[in-house]
Design a protein around this ligand. Structure first.
Ligand code: SF4
Length: 126
């Protein structure tokens, strides 16, 4: 378990999702979400379940105190899934907003940490 930097409130149900697509920026989103979940700041939840319209999973997102979405790029797949599911209380972080280009470059630990830090800022602001 990594150290948690979000000043988390264990009484709240905080869920984190990553777009987890094929692109490098999606890998960064996925790795960052897993790192945050490993630190205990949030519970990672399956975005694909919401995309598939599984009622119980959509309800879980509705019931959460906060949903944090990490999208890789401007196509905003996670955000769009939330909008289609009618779940409006979320905060979105986008990897390409932080100087990381979508492309074929290998993902680095430093890039993942940039997004972990941004997501933890969002969590700390809850
Ligand atoms: S948001 Fe961008 S990187 Fe993520 S799954 Fe969608 S297209 Fe791929």
């Amino acid at each position: 378990m990594t150290e948690c930097g979000c000043n988390g409130d264990s009484e709240k149900m905080i869920l984190i999702y990553a777009c987890s697509g094929a692109a490098n920026v999606a890998e960064i989103a996925d790795r960052a979400a897993r790192k945050i979940a490993g630190g205990g700041c949030a519970t990672m939840f399956c975005l694909a379940g919401l995309g598939a319209g599984i009622p119980g999973m959509i309800q879980t997102a509705r019931d959460a105190d906060m949903n944090v979405l990490i999208d890789g790029c401007d196509l905003d797949c996670a955000k769009r899934i939330f909008e289609r599911a009618g779940v409006s209380h979320y905060r979105q972080i986008k990897v390409t907003d932080y100087g990381i280009a979508k492309g074929g470059e290998p993902v680095t630990d430093e890039q993942v940490q940039v997004i972990v830090d941004k997501a933890e800022e969002a969590l700390a602001a809850k």
